[in-house]
Design a protein. Structure first.
Length: 81
């Protein structure tokens, strides 16, 4: 299976796209990190920081948190105050 950001089988979130555009990870590394995150339940930013051996910028953390809040709100109906 071929994965690309244009593939309907595998679309990247804005956070994942930002990681690639900023040069933190390749598409292949993103795919591996996503599989590991789903398998272990560890948050994607935590896994990325482990892979990199360094912290991600606060802006990327905020982007990930906003993305997660949006998903919780839209998919699960969780309200945030």
């Amino acid at each position: 299976m071929v994965f690309s950001s244009d593939s309907p089988e595998f679309s990247l979130s804005p956070f994942e796209q930002a990681l690639i555009e900023a040069g933190y990870l390749s598409l292949s590394q993103i795919h591996q990190a996503l599989m590991e995150a789903r398998r272990t339940g560890i948050a994607l930013p935590t896994l990325v920081e482990t892979i990199l051996g360094e912290s991600l910028p606060d802006e990327l953390h905020r982007q990930y948190q906003a993305q997660q809040r949006f998903a919780l709100s839209v998919i699960h109906g969780v309200k945030f105050f």
